[in-house]
Design a protein around this ligand. Structure first.
Ligand code: FAD
Length: 473
């Protein structure tokens, strides 16, 4: 018998229940389909495509060169492949993006009609979105009860499985439309992604290494250290989770296996709660299919945005004249990642001080993050905008100078990404426009020449944002 496993956001061999089932059922044909046709407006951004290119190359190596790649409408490709090979089974790990849910349902119906069994299992979440609901059967709208009453009272996540020991591969028919990796055209002509490469070890082994490093060096002190972008207290596991190089069960289980007293409970609990924020985002997306485009709180639909293209462009380039914002945006451009605290600061600045529609920020992140994730990205942007579920209230506007003074007190993070300010003393680093002339000259800074003047006045733009917000109610 032949079994097809359709890899999607589960690019790993270990703890992959759908893959394990397929291997049990027959000789394996592992496939990946780049389906921009069904993705439409949610098609992957540039940084994701670079990551995927490398990830597929590595997965193919892990599979001894047997991974088969296709490009096009999976609704056509998969049933045809199953028929061509007379496959007994097609398996996949569930995805929860609305376009994928609709497409996968249609594929299942076609395979049913062909008499081909489908296996669809969870391998990407700790709990299925429909498993965590309030007692009255409706989904949670507030995170803390979602986590405390929902997740922590639910049956614990499954113990992770090992990779299948012996995979027997089928001999696929040659003329089945498969393309070479380059045929997917995932890489852009301008090789801007090259600067991101040294920051990441892509693939399953890289994910396990990142987890080990974090458990050894980052977790102890996570609760307070996770807010300081210059410290190694965050795991940087987000792209690995997004692409499924590691399962959340593997991470959860690794925490269960820590030696007693190795790490304070407060750090472990807090880390678990962050993993649960990811689950919460998925629940929000599952129950609100328009999360990426429609504010969860309807009154925000009428918000008066300014949407000044010059300001948006300054933000994207990391040239706003507000050092912590520019550091974050440059970290994003150079590495494909941005620290969570700084994501909140740059998003608040875009939405509130620049009064730019959060969907424009969401779109930029979608294109540039290596962990770009429909659920987490949309839910987080709505959270910062104040229009989401359990969101920060709109009127709580971050002051980026105070945020930087608190969370980058030594200025290490800013100096790393904004080298033109490296010699400014800390007293002025967070607000260079207040620097006395002689100190500015000594530090080699000429505002408006070597580094921009702020594109907005922080105080005035804050007041204007509050007025616009008041006009809503
Ligand atoms: P850690 O602190 O080590 O956390 C471990 C894991 O928990 C993360 O990998 C992630 O899966 C999950 N997690 C942590 N914080 C959050 C959170 N606030 N919400 C949901 N899950 C969380 N995360 C993405 O994965 N993809 C995105 O596209 C994305 N866009 C964001 C946009 C904005 C405006 C903001 C404010 C946050 C966004 N986040 C996104 C959430 C968060 O910033 C990242 O998950 C986190 O910074 C990843 O770094 P880490 O793996 O080192 O985090």
């Amino acid at each position: 018998d032949i079994a097809i496993h359709w890899f999607r956001q589960d690019l790993r061999l270990s703890d992959n229940p759908a893959l394990a089932k397929a291997v049990e059922k027959g000789d394996l044909i592992p496939v990946y389909i780049l389906d921009d046709e069904n993705a439409g407006a949610d098609a992957m951004g540039g940084a994701s495509r670079w990551w995927l290119h490398e990830a597929l190359r590595i997965l193919n190596d892990q599979l001894g060169g047997h991974l088969r790649l296709y490009k096009g409408d999976a609704k056509e490709i998969l049933p045809k492949l199953a028929a061509l090979h007379d496959a007994r089974v097609v398996s996949w790990t569930r995805c929860y993006e609305p376009w994928r849910v609709t497409r996968d349902k249609a594929i299942k119906e076609r395979l049913d009609a062909q008499g081909c069994e489908t296996i669809r299992l969870n391998g990407s979440l700790l709990w299925e979105p429909w498993a965590i609901k309030k007692q009255d059967g409706t989904p949670y709208k507030v995170f803390t009860p979602f986590f405390r009453k929902g997740c922590l009272q639910a049956p614990p996540p499954a113990v992770p499985m090992d990779a299948p020991e012996d995979i027997h591969f089928a001999d696929p028919k040659k003329e089945d439309g498969a393309v070479a990796l380059d045929g997917l055209s995932l890489l852009p002509e301008i090789e801007w992604y090259k600067q991101m490469a040294p920051h990441w070890e892509i693939g399953e082994a890289g994910a396990q290494a990142a987890l080990e490093r974090f458990l050894d060096e980052g977790l102890n002190g996570y609760k307070s250290g996770r807010d300081i972008p210059s410290l190694p207290h965050v795991s940087r596991l987000s792209p690995y989770l997004h692409w499924g190089h590691i399962s959340p069960n593997q991470i959860w289980h690794a925490l269960d296996c820590l030696e007693d007293d190795a790490v304070p409970d407060r750090d472990v609990d807090h880390f678990r709660s962050e993993l649960a924020w990811r689950e919460f985002s998925y629940s929000l997306l599952y129950y609100n299919q328009e999360l990426t485009s429609v504010p969860l709180q309807p009154k925000f639909a009428g918000f008066e945005w300014q949407n000044d293209p010059a300001k948006l462009s300054a933000w994207q380039k990391g040239m706003t004249g507000i050092p912590i914002v520019d550091a974050g945006m440059r970290e994003l451009w150079q590495t494909g990642y941005m620290h969570n605290r700084v994501r909140m600061i740059v998003a608040s600045f875009l939405i509130k001080n620049m009064r730019t529609d959060w969907r424009k920020g969401e779109a930029w992140f979608w294109d540039t993050l290596v962990d770009a994730d429909l659920a987490n990205n949309a839910a987080s942007w709505q959270w910062v905008a104040g229009c989401g579920a359990d969101a920060a209230p709109y009127f709580r506007i971050f002051n980026p100078v105070l945020q930087a003074e608190k969370f980058d007190a030594d200025g290490d993070y800013i100096r790393l990404y904004v080298p033109e300010l490296v010699k400014l003393p800390n007293k002025y680093l967070f607000k260079p426009w207040t620097t006395p002339k002689d100190i500015m000259a000594e530090a080699g800074v000429r505002l408006g020449e070597t580094y921009p003047m702020p594109v907005v006045d922080l105080k005035a733009s804050r007041e204007a944002a509050l007025d616009a917000y008041k006009a809503l109610s």
